[in-house]
Design a protein around this ligand. Structure first.
Ligand code: PLP
Ligand code: COI
Length: 341
C-alpha cells in the first residue's frame, strides 16, 4: 500500500518538516562515493569543518511538482546542477557531476513520494541540495573532505499571501561585495542578509531590496529572489550585475516573456530613483515563484506600482504561464522538464 501523510497542503508555508529519507554522499581522496538514502536527518561532522568556521558551503533550491495525471516532474534541475558547480568552483569545493545531482534529486523525490503535494493545492516538494566542507582542520584553507546532501520538504508560499502583492524596503546594507560571492549560492551571502531582513520585517515589510554594493543606486536582489519590472510599453526588465544570483526562474521568465507572451526583454541597470518607469514589478525565484511587488519604500517614501492589493495583468500572465509549465499544464520548452519515472 502506498504511504499517505496527514498534511493540510493548503496551509503549508515555507517551514522545515522532517521527511522520510535524504541522500548523503561523501567526497574523500579525490572522489565521491556512491551515496546513500538515510532516515537520519543529523549529520555528524568534525568540529574543525571548514563549513562551520569559514563558510565553505553552498546550496541549491529546486522543486518537484505533481501534475494533473499524478506524475511528478522536476523543473530545470540541470540548471541547478550547473549553478551548484559554479558555487563549488568559486569556493574551491569539488564539483558534483550533473548526473549525480539529478540522480540524487530523483532518488529523494521517489523515496518521499507521499510528501509530494497533490495537484491543485499549489504546494510543491522543495529540494535542498547542499555541499559542505568537513574533516579535521583549523587553518583557512579548503577542506580535505566534503559532504553532498539532498533533503526535501513540502512547501507552500515563501512570502505570505503567495500571489497577493507585498511591500519591500530598500536596505542600506549589502548582501555581497561588488566582486565577491553574490553570483554564487553560498551561505555567507545569506548570513550577511539576516540583519537587513530582520530590520525590514520589523517594519512590516515582506523583505528588503539590496542595491548594487558599489554605488547604491541600482536594484539588485529582492531578499532571496530576483527583481523584474514591466515598463509602460510592456517590456520585461531585470537588473544585470555581477553580484546578483543568476536566478533560474528569472531566466525562465525572460524566455517566457519573449517566446510565449511576445514581449521585449532587457537585462540592464534598474535605477532606484527611476521606479516610475515600471507599471508592474515582481520578485521571482524557486521559493518565491512570482511574488508581485505592491510598493517599494525608499528614503521614507513608498512607491506603489500597479496596486498594493491586486496583481497586475502582465505579472499574472507570466505567473500563469510559468506555473502552467511547472505543473505540466502548459507545454514546456525542450529540456526544461525531467519526469520522475
Ligand atoms: N536570488 C537569491 C539571493 C536567491 O537565494 C534565490 C533563490 O534561489 C534567487 C535569487 C532565485 O533563484 P532561482 O530562481 O534559481 O531559485
Ligand atoms: C530558493 O528560492 O530556492 C531559495 O534558495 C530562496 C531561499 C529559501 C534561500
Amino acid at each position: 500500500m502506498k504511504k499517505t501523510v496527514n498534511i493540510d497542503w493548503g496551509k503549508l508555508g515555507f517551514n522545515y518538516i522532517k521527511t522520510d529519507l535524504r541522500y548523503v554522499s561523501t567526497w574523500r581522496d579525490g572522489e565521491w562515493d556512491k551515496g546513500i538514502l538515510t532516515e537520519d536527518n543529523k549529520l555528524t561532522i568534525s568540529e574543525g569543518s571548514t563549513a562551520l568556521h569559514y563558510g565553505q558551503q553552498c546550496f541549491e533550491g529546486l522543486k518537484a511538482y505533481r501534475r494533473k495525471d499524478g506524475k511528478i516532474q522536476l523543473f530545470r534541475p540541470d540548471e541547478n546542477a550547473k549553478r551548484l558547480n559554479s558555487s563549488c568552483r568559486r569556493i574551491l569545493m569539488p564539483e558534483v557531476p550533473e548526473e549525480k545531482f539529478i540522480d540524487a534529486c530523483t532518488q529523494v523525490v521517489k523515496a518521499n513520494e507521499a510528501y509530494v503535494p497533490p495537484y491543485g493545492t499549489g504546494a510543491t516538494l522543495y529540494l535542498r541540495p547542499f555541499v559542505i566542507g568537513v574533516g579535521d582542520n583549523v587553518g583557512v584553507k579548503p577542506a580535505s573532505e566534503y559532504i553532498f546532501c539532498v533533503f526535501c520538504v513540502p512547501v507552500g508560499p515563501y512570502f505570505k499571501g503567495g500571489m497577493t502583492p507585498v511591500n519591500f524596503i530598500i536596505s542600506e546594507y549589502d548582501r555581497a561585495a561588488a566582486f565577491g560571492t553574490g553570483k554564487v549560492k553560498v551561505g555567507g551571502n545569506y548570513a550577511a542578509s539576516l540583519y537587513a531582513h530582520k530590520q525590514a520585517t520589523n517594519k512590516g515589510f515582506a523583505d528588503c531590496i539590496y542595491l548594487d554594493p558599489k554605488t547604491h543606486t541600482k536594484i539588485e536582489e529582492v531578499g532571496a529572489a530576483n527583481f523584474f519590472g514591466i515598463t509602460k510599453d510592456n517590456k520585461f526588465i531585470t537588473p544585470d550585475s555581477p553580484s546578483i544570483l543568476p536566478s533560474i526562474t528569472k531566466y525562465s521568465l525572460m524566455y517566457i516573456a519573449e517566446n510565449y507572451l511576445e514581449m521585449k526583454v532587457e537585462e540592464r541597470d534598474v535605477f532606484v530613483d527611476n521606479l516610475s518607469e515600471f507599471k508592474e514589478a515582481g520578485a521571482c525565484g524557486t521559493a518565491a515563484v512570482i511574488t508581485p511587488i505592491g510598493g517599494i519604500e525608499y528614503k521614507e517614501k513608498l512607491h506603489v506600482f500597479h496596486s498594493e492589493t491586486e496583481v497586475g495583468p502582465i505579472t499574472k500572465k507570466l505567473y500563469d504561464t510559468l506555473y502552467g509549465i511547472q505543473f505540466g499544464d502548459v507545454e514546456a520548452p525542450e529540456g526544461w522538464i525531467v519526469e520522475i519515472e
